[in-house]
Every structure is written in C-alpha cells, then in structure tokens.
Design a protein around this ligand. Structure first.
Ligand SMILES: Nc1nc2c(c(=O)[nH]1)N[C@H]1C(S)=C(S)[C@@H](COP(=O)(O)OP(=O)(O)OC[C@H]3O[C@@H](n4cnc5c(=O)[nH]c(N)nc54)[C@H](O)[C@@H]3O)O[C@H]1N2
Ligand SMILES: Nc1nc2c(c(=O)[nH]1)N[C@H]1C(S)=C(S)[C@@H](COP(=O)(O)OP(=O)(O)OC[C@H]3O[C@@H](n4cnc5c(=O)[nH]c(N)nc54)[C@H](O)[C@@H]3O)O[C@H]1N2
Ligand code: SF4
Ligand code: SF4
Ligand code: SF4
Ligand SMILES: [Mo]
Length: 896
C-alpha cells in the first residue's frame, strides 16, 4: 500500500484504491456493478444522469458515484433501500416521456434503459410526462437521430468533442425543450459531421441508430465476426454483423488500435459486398462481348494463354500485378505462382505508386523500410512533424492519436501546401511550395548543425556519414530555403530548434513526400533529420511512414516487389533464391523483374505480352492513365481478377471473380507492422472464389500443383521462410495481432524498431540535393495540379462508389483557390475542362482557400473525372514512383 492509497468499505467489503478513484471505479474493482447512463471511463466525468447514486454512511445526500471520489474510512452501500428508491424514481421520470415502441426499436435487447427498468422492476405509468414530438432526423445515409428517445446522458456530445474533436452536436434549447442538436438544428450533414458513428457507438439507448442496419435484424439475431477493416493501413478491428449469410452492418470491435472508434468507411462502407454488380461468374471476351463461363473453362483458358506465351516468348514476357487489398497468404501464393510457375520476376503492386521511396530510402538509411513506432505512441509525442499527410481524411482513426497528443500539449507542425484540416489543428503550418521539401529539411539540418543542437552522443555512437551530410547542407541556409520553399527563414529556424530540442519528436509522412521525382531523396532528407537529432529508437519518436492500403505493408513483406522474395530477401542473391527454390520445388529466375512503370513501357514496345492483374485498377490509378491504357491494349493476353468489372477488367480477355475480404480467412499487416486476422463472415458471393483458391487452381492447371486446405497452411509455409514472421502463427493471432519482427514463437513482437542499434547496424546519413519537379506550370499550362484523396472515398471508387458513401459525396470537384477563381471568372459549381499535356477531363469547380494560389486539387476517386489522364508519368529514379503530386494544367470554362 502506498501513502496515497485509500481504504474504504463498499457493501461491507474492504477495498484499497489509489487516491482520486471514484466510488464507481472502486466498486468496479470489487466486481460490483453500479448502473450508469452518462458515465464513460474514456470521457470526461459528467455526473448528470444520477442513476449511479449510492448511499454513503453519514451523508445526507445520495452522491453520484461516478463523480465522487472515495475518502479514507468511507462506508458505501450501492443497493440500499434509499438507493433503490432513488434509482426507481429516476427511471420512472425517464420513462415518463420516453416512447414505448420497444418492440420495434432497433436497440431492443441492448438498451440500457430497458435493462435497468427490468433490473429495478420499473414499469411505465407512475407519471405521465408530456410526450416530446421532435422530428426524427434521417436526412443522411448513415445515422438516424430520434431525440424523442434521448435521455440526455451527453455521451454523444462528449465523444464528438473530446475524442473525435468535432463538436458537431451540443445541448441546445432550454428547460423541458433541451435537446442534443447540431448548430441551428440543421442536421448532421450540414454541421461538418464526418459520420464516424462514434456517437452511435456510445449511445446507451435507441436515440442514435445506424441507418443501414434498420430492419436488417434484431441485435440478438446478428452474429458478430471480428475482422480487419479492408480500407486503409490503420488496420482497425471491426465486427461484421452477419445475418442469413449477409453482412448487414459493422461496428468497432472494441479492441485493437481503434477500440470503439472507426471512420466512416470502416463503419458504413460495406454495402459493396452485396452490390448487384459484384462479379459472380468468370467472364471470357469473345468478339468484344462478355460470355459467362464455368470455372474449369476459365482456368483452362487462363492457363492456356499463359502457357502459350511462356513457350513462345519466355516467362519474362509475362508480368503480374499483386494487390495490397488481398491477404498476406494470397500475396505469398501469387508471388510463388509468378516466380516458380510462370517463371517471371515481373511482379509489382501499388506500393510502386505509393511508398516505394520509403521502402528504398528508409531501408538504405536504417535497414528497414517500415514505420518505426506503434500508432499509439503518437499520443505521447511532445512534437509531431507531419509531412504531406492529410491524416484526418486518409488515416482518420490514427489522427485521433494526434488530437490526443495536442490535448496533452504537444506541438503539431504540418508541412503541406494545402490548408488541410490537420494544418488547421497545427501550431505551425508550413505551406511549402510543392516538391521543395528537401530544401526545407536540408535547411533545418543546416540550422541544427550550425547551432550545435544535434545529438552528439547518438550520432557518434550509432550513425555514419556525418561529414558528407554536413557538406551537403552547407548551402541550404534558411535564406535559401525561404527563397525556394516560400517558408520564412525565421520559421525554418524556429521549427528546426523545436524538433531538435523536443523530448520526444515523431515524424509522420505520406504521399506529399513520396509522390515526387525526388521521392526517395525526400525520404532520405527526413531520415537524416531524425538520425541527426536522435529522435528514433525510443517511444513516441521515430520515422513513421503511414502505409496507405489495408495490406500494403503485407504485400511488400510477402515479396510482391520485383527484386524481393518474401521478407525482403533479394532475388538476385543466390543463397536466398536457393532457399526458396528448395522449399518451392523448382528453379527461380535470378534477374530482378520490372516495376509497374517498366512493365507498361515494355508492353508499349511489344516486349511484354501478357499480364495478370489481381486487385488493382491501373486504368484509373496509374499516372498518365491514357498511356497506361494504351500499354494494356497492346498486350496479347490480359487477365484481371477483381470483385467488380472495373475499368481495367473491361480491357481483359478473361475476368476472374474474386471473393471479397469478408468472404475469406487470412491476415493483413497494418502500417505499424501488426499482423492481424481477417475472418470469413459469409460464404463467397455467387460463384466467386477466394484469390488464394484461384491461384491454386491456376498452378494446378499449369502443371505445378499448390495444394492447401486453409490459408493457415499457407501462412505456416510463409512464416518458415520469412524470418520477421517466423514466430507468428494463427494460434497466436487471437485478438491484438503481433508486430513483426517476431522471430520465435515465444517472442512478443516488436513495437519500436532500432532501439539498441539500427537494423542495418549504423544509421547512415545520405547527402541529397534539391531538384525541381519534372513539370512545373508555364504560360501555356499556368496552374499546378496536386492530386490525392477525400475522406468519404477510396482510390478508384470501385468499392466506396457502391455504398452509401456515394450519397454523402456524389461527385468530385476541382478545388480552385477563391482569388484565382475570381480572376478567372469562375463561380462555385462552374464546369471546367482541365487540360494537361497528356489529356483532359471535365469537372465542376469548388472555390476554397484550402489550396494556395496557383494550385488546383482533385482526387482520383471518380472514374468519370479520371484525374490520372492529366498526371505526369515522370518517375523517381530511385524508386520508380511517379510524380502524382505535381503537373501543369490549364482550365477552360464550359458553357453550362
Ligand atoms: N479516405 C481515404 N483514405 C485513404 C485512401 C483513400 O483513397 N481514401 N488511400 C490510402 C492510401 S493507399 C494512401 S497511400 C494514403 C495516402 O494518404 P495521404 O498521403 O495523406 O493522402 P494524399 O491526399 O495523397 O496526400 C497527402 C497530402 O500531400 C500534400 N502534398 C502535395 N504535394 C506536397 C509536397 O510537395 N510537399 C508536402 N509536404 N506535401 C504535399 C497534399 O496537399 C495532401 O494534402 O491514404 C490511405 N487512406
Ligand atoms: N492521381 C493520383 N493517382 C494515384 C495516387 C494519388 O495520390 N494521386 N495514389 C496512388 C496510390 S498511393 C495507390 S496505393 C494507388 C492505388 O491504386 P489501385 O490499387 O489500382 O486502386 P484500388 O482502387 O485500391 O484498386 C484495388 C482493386 O482491388 C479490388 N479488390 C478489392 N478487394 C479485393 C479482393 O479481395 N480480391 C481481388 N482480387 N480484388 C479486390 C477493388 O475492387 C479494386 O478494383 O493509386 C495511386 N494513384
Ligand atoms: S458521427 Fe462522429 S462527427 Fe458525427 S456527430 Fe457523431 S461523433 Fe460527431
Ligand atoms: S443521443 Fe444518446 S448518447 Fe446522446 S445524449 Fe441522448 S441518450 Fe445520450
Ligand atoms: S481509419 Fe482506416 S482502418 Fe480504420 S476504419 Fe477508417 S479506413 Fe478502416
Ligand atoms: Mo497508397
């Protein structure tokens, strides 16, 4: 017992608890359940509903136990006669004006009011209060608000302001008319609600319900299946709610990185599963028209096609695109199929358009291309340097940890040319000119060396290459940085000092840093900064590339990259090749394969003859999409495997219908290297099949059978060959998942990388120099086009455009700076033709100050406004990632 501990007695049992513990919490420690409506341990204390009152010996009043702290010698009774009477009165008052449609209420069976009324034997009728008659708010696709059922516990208000950071709803009106409402009672859609559904999650009664679930089944008829979100790399744990082999809803699983929270896509973005346009049978194109065929025929056709091309031109004339959407097991098998069965090392995937500069740069400097720290660490940082990441829209649940850090007093510095929501939260926003980040970071390093703020012991003991770095940044003075980046010299100094002297500084970055012709150098510049200040290898520090797709970390780990076998074991190294060759039972090609961009070039030259594209939609997602489409049309044989007939699938000779993630078992690896389970909730829709089963069937038809009864067996085979995964197995992946490296079955996994030493030994400084973007605006094309993402949609829209997300965000706009628009004579909603050297599209404009003057911005989510027809295919030499963030365009206003 510590001095600060307090001993008291609850229901005649003695308990000792730390000072400051509430009576409610102390009772909880004894397993005594006190009813609560408004209390939530994760939210501020409120003490408003009073159902949790208890009797304290010697006290006149019955205190609310959630807000009353225990005192030494206190004697508490939680179910005394006085307490029971008080609770009954409270419940009677609540029921007096509560609607009595329990029989049809969606909350029936999980409602706390119902539960406590039953527990305390309270029936309606003692009082008949005036009934409330609010309109039920249903004007959005996701949340129904029936304030007639609200018991004013305020949890929704607190979760929205304290955790989600939005304050969309609050108490309004006075007295009897008091009601939880949006400003001016205009409804969620008009109040900046992001439809995260956290308010629904915490509401104890039927006042807030998930609209898509209404009428889909009573709570007790729904079977929850815990799995991992299929969208972004945060890897939230969700419970899919299943009835009669249909996914009818989803909620947060209550554990994992997200706990009770999800973003709108994770909670409401699943209707695509049962969308009528799902591919349910294999399709073969005959004379330009689709014909449905049986699986055996489709597999025969695909095997035949690849066999012929392999015989005629060799394996190197075939290329494979793997997928960051499919499981680890599937990527592993596809890798095996490509290298062993098809005999090609041409295998790549969307990481090429994304974090390939990270895989190249971070690995060169530290030995590992992965996020160094766990997501939860972010909350504990003293300074967060967020570079080119629109976190609140693209990694929404992760952004909650940034908000937590800010609440703790952390300084947020955002480097982004746009005034994003994150930038608005920042203490310091650095709106750099696009593509000039290297200058900013080299200049910060210049200041830190100049002012002797670098971490001498750390650098001397753990790093190499300081003289080269010092020489390389000599000319990057703050004055020069101001000239190139547009950030004031004094601000550069200020941020440099703040980062170098912070106790724990964490760097987060994403596409604003990588999608440039200098992507790899950008990553190296940021890494130099972290190494120099020793802001790595400790809790709440590090270099944290937030990986984009649900399983892009896993797809890279599984070797869906032309030069790597699983676990980044180089295919050009004989010992690695031999290891896999022995395990897989056949020879493997030695020469590293081509990247996506190289494949497309080779197809144009007629050197690449066939492609197998699994779970990617390059016709919409590739830079310079017209060129990509042109390349694909040159192929002799194209097979696409997807869950929908995407724009890419429409170009194929054969389309294979895959089962979605809800229809199969497996694992995804999230951005913090956490390997988590994907669990089958329903059988494959129609005649679709899990990707891994299709790969097995193909291998069989190509004469090299790969037989597995369950993905678990594939995982075990992979883990035996992949050191970082060696200690992981399905038996261990029960709840929280495991972060690699996990070398042995008794190893707990690794939260923080590079703690004692860097994976490569010493951390290596790299001298990098500024080069401008490949295509900047000029007189003919005077505007800079920046591209990226929106909260409500995901990539090429194949999934989100087939859900209620389309209703909240139905069309894409081109963001144009308001002043620019004024000068160009453009008004909100005007339709413009956006033209670059490579193509043109038409879309309406939105006037905004989020983009600086001279810049326009749009997402690539809408195939009818395919922004990649405009983007530049120029690539970073180190990683082959295209410069998706900068190209030059001009606008032509169209007559309405
Ligand atoms: N809602 C949603 N979430 C997603 C996705 C999605 O499609 N939709 N996709 C997932 C995937 S795969 C990925 S990779 C991530 C991407 O996540 P993010 O990288 O956060 O998203 P982007 O919109 O591509 O770009 C981020 C920011 O980079 C800024 N930027 C542009 N040029 C520069 C520059 O030169 N310097 C700096 N410092 N910043 C610049 C842009 O203004 C933009 O705000 O999101 C993931 N999450
Ligand atoms: N202009 C511009 N372009 C960009 C970017 C940008 O910022 N700006 N960002 C780039 C980045 S970072 C990325 S990651 C890429 C993403 O580019 P892509 O990966 O091409 O885009 P997605 O739409 O995610 O494509 C995934 C496909 O997989 C399908 N799918 C889903 N689940 C399954 C499954 O279980 N099995 C199978 N077989 N298929 C499935 C989906 O229907 C979808 O068609 O886009 C890049 N393109
Ligand atoms: S859905 Fe999220 S943002 Fe909207 S009101 Fe509820 S908690 Fe707030
Ligand atoms: S809507 Fe639900 S969570 Fe919000 S105050 Fe009313 S009862 Fe509480
Ligand atoms: S933050 Fe990412 S993983 Fe979490 S629910 Fe949203 S899309 Fe899914
Ligand atoms: Mo990505």
């Amino acid at each position: 017992m510590r001095v600060s501990d307090i001993t008291c007695m609850i229901n005649d049992i003695t308990v000792t608890v730390p000072r400051g513990t509430s009576i409610l919490a102390a009772a909880g420690m004894l397993g005594i359940d006190i009813p609560t409506f408004c209390h939530d341990p994760a939210l501020s204390r409120y003490g408003g509903c009073r159902i949790c009152v208890v009797e304290v010996q010697g006290w006149q009043q019955l205190p609310a136990s959630c807000v009353t702290e225990v005192r030494p010698g206190m004697v508490v009774y939680t179910e005394s006669a006085r307490v029971l009477e008080a609770r009954r009165t409270i419940l009677e008052l609540m029921l007096a004006n509560h609607p009595s449609d329990c029989l049809t209420c969606e909350k029936n069976g999980t409602c706390r009011l119902q539960e406590y009324a039953y527990r305390y034997g309270v029936k309606k009728g003692a009082w008949q209060g005036a009934a409330r008659a609010y309109d039920i708010e249903t004007d959005n696709p996701f949340i129904i608000r029936d304030m007639n059922k609200c018991i004013l516990c305020g949890k929704c208000v607190r979760v929205c302001s304290e955790v989600v950071g939005r304050s969309v709803i609050d108490y309004s009106y006075r007295g009897f008319r008091v009601k939880v409402a949006t400003p001016l009672d205009l409804g969620l859609s008009k109040a900046g609600c992001v439809f995260c559904g956290s308010c629904v999650e915490v509401c104890p009664v039927g006042a807030l319900t998930d609209k898509p679930r209404v009428g889909q089944g009573r709570p007790w008829e729904l079977t929850p299946v815990t799995t991992t979100c299929p969208y972004c790399g945060v890897g939230c744990q969700i419970d899919l709610l299943v009835k009669d082999n249909r996914v009818v809803g989803a909620k947060a699983a209550g554990h994992g990185v997200n706990g009770r929270h999800l973003c709108v896509k994770g909670r409401y973005g699943h209707q695509f599963i049962h969308h009528p346009q799902r591919l349910t049978v294999p399709l073969v194109k005959k004379n330009g028209r689709w014909q449905e065929v049986s699986w055996p025929e489709a597999i025969r056709k695909v095997a035949e096609g690849f066999r012929q091309i392999k015989q005629q031109y060799g394996g190197r004339s075939i290329a494979v695109l793997a997928s960051a959407r499919i499981t680890n097991e599937e990527n592993y098998l596809l890798n095996k199929l490509a290298r062993l069965v098809l005999g090609t090392n041409h295998i790549d995937h969307c990481a090429r358009l994304c974090h390939a500069p990270t895989v190249a740069g971070l690995a060169a400097a530290t030995g590992s291309g992965a996020m160094t720290n766990p997501i939860k660490d972010i909350a504990g940082a003293d300074l967060i340097l967020a570079i080119g990441t629109n976190t609140t829209e693209t990694h929404p649940v992760l952004s909650l940890f940034i908000r937590q850090a800010i609440q703790r007093g952390a300084v947020l510095v955002v480097v982004d040319p746009r005034k994003t929501e994150l930038a608005k939260l920042a203490a310091i926003h650095l709106p750099v000119k696009p593509g000039t980040d290297i200058v900013l970071f080299n200049s910060m390093i210049n200041v830190i060396i100049e002012e002797n703020l670098w971490n001498k012991p750390f650098v001397e003991e753990r790093c190499e290459g300081l003289p080269e770095l010092t020489a390389a940044v000599r000319d990057y003075t703050p004055a020069y940085a101001q000239e190139v980046t547009g950030i004031a010299a004094e601000t550069v100094r200020q941020v440099a000092r703040a980062y170098a002297t912070a106790g724990r500084a964490a760097i987060l970055y994403t596409m604003g840093l990588t999608q440039h012709v200098t992507g790899t150098d950008n990553v190296l510049a940021v890494t130099n900064l972290a190494l120099l200040c020793g802001q790595i290898g400790r809790a709440s520090t590090g270099i944290n590339p937030l990986r984009g797709q649900n399983n892009v970390q896993g797809a890279c780990d599984m070797g869906a990259l032309p030069q790597y076998l699983p676990g980044y074991q180089p295919v050009w190294e004989e010992s690695c090749r031999e290891k896999f060759s022995k395990a897989w039972g056949g020879p493997l090609p030695a020469q590293p394969g081509m990247t996506v961009g190289e494949m497309l070039q080779a197809a144009c030259r007629g050197e690449l003859k066939a492609m197998y594209i699994v779970g990617e939609n390059p016709v919409i997602s590739e830079a310079d999409a017209n060129h990509a489409t042109q390349a694909l049309s040159q192929l002799d044989f194209l097979v696409v495997q997807d869950i929908f007939l995407t724009e890419t699938a429409q170009m194929a000779d054969v389309v294979l219908p895959a089962a979605s993630w809800a229809e199969k078992d497996g694992t995804f690896t999230n951005t913090e290297r956490r390997v988590q389970r994907v669990r089958q909730a329903i059988p494959p829709v129609g005649n679709s099949q899990a990707d891994w089963q299709i790969f097995c069937a193909l291998a069989e038809a190509l004469g090299r059978p790969m037989r597995y009864r369950h993905p678990r067996e594939i995982f075990d085979e992979m883990a035996a060959l992949t050191p970082a995964y060696a200690g992981i197995s399905y038996d261990r992946l029960v709840k929280e998942g495991i972060q690699w490296p996990c070398p042995t079955p008794d190893h707990p996994g690794t939260g923080i990388l590079h703690q004692e030493k860097f994976v490569r030994g010493k951390g290596k400084f790299h001298a990098v120099a500024y080069r401008p973007p490949d295509e900047l605006p000029d007189r003919q094309y005077p505007l800079l086009l920046n591209t990226g993402r929106r909260l409500f949609h995901y990539h090429t829209g194949s999934m989100t455009l087939r859900t209620g997300l389309k209703d909240v965000y139905p069309v894409e706009y081109l963001d144009v700076n308001s002043q620019d628009a004024g000068e160009m004579g453009l008004a909100q909603g005007d339709r413009v033709k956006v033209i670059s050297r490579r193509g043109e599209i038409v879309m309406p404009v939105r006037l905004t100050d989020e983009v600086p003057r001279g810049m326009v911005f749009a997402s690539f989510h809408f195939p009818d406004a395919a922004v990649n027809k405009l983007t530049n295919g120029a690539r970073c030499p180190g990683s082959h990632t295209p410069e998706l963030k900068v190209c030059a365009v001009r606008l032509e206003k169209l007559e309405q």
